[in-house]
Design a protein around this ligand. Structure first.
Ligand code: 5GP
Ligand code: ZN
Length: 116
């Protein structure tokens, strides 16, 4: 897949607008267009990775940076004390619809478990 084919690569490139809430060297985060909670942010690596299945050992730091971004955004959004959820869907069976990995950060309401 080339950057031209990938929605999230196009957001990284600034070709498609997004409500960006966080940026680092390796990651950016923006509000989900169809929020499932009062705060629903997508945290993505700047570099294209299609699914969790495509990660390799060299990506450890990249993946770690997504979680550190989640921590920072949760603090920024005032969620750190009440709690929040981070989740990454892998594959169509799990509900992945955009094939550029992304952590969902959800908070601001009571979150039930297990998810559907
Ligand atoms: P997935 O289903 O792959 O785990 O999550 C993809 C998420 O991307 C969905 O929650 C969906 O609402 C969001 N999304 C899809 N297209 C866009 C878009 O163009 N902009 C933004 N900000 N979010 C999008
Ligand atoms: Zn991409």
């Amino acid at each position: 897949m080339t950057a031209q084919d990938c929605l999230f690569c196009r957001i990284v490139a600034g070709e498609i607008p997004a409500d960006v809430v966080y940026q680092s060297d390796t990651a950016i985060a923006f509000r989900d267009i169809n929020p499932q909670a009062p705060t629903h942010v997508l945290i993505i690596p700047r570099r294209h990775v299609t699914t969790i299945n495509d990660l390799d050992a060299d990506d450890q730091e990249l993946v770690g940076s997504l979680f550190l971004a989640a921590k920072a955004i949760a603090q920024q959004e005032g969620l750190a004390d009440d709690g929040y959820r981070v989740v990454m869907n892998c594959g169509e069976g799990a509900g992945q619809s955009v094939f550029h990995i992304h952590l969902h950060l959800l908070g601001g309401r009571l979150l039930n478990w297990p998810p559907g």
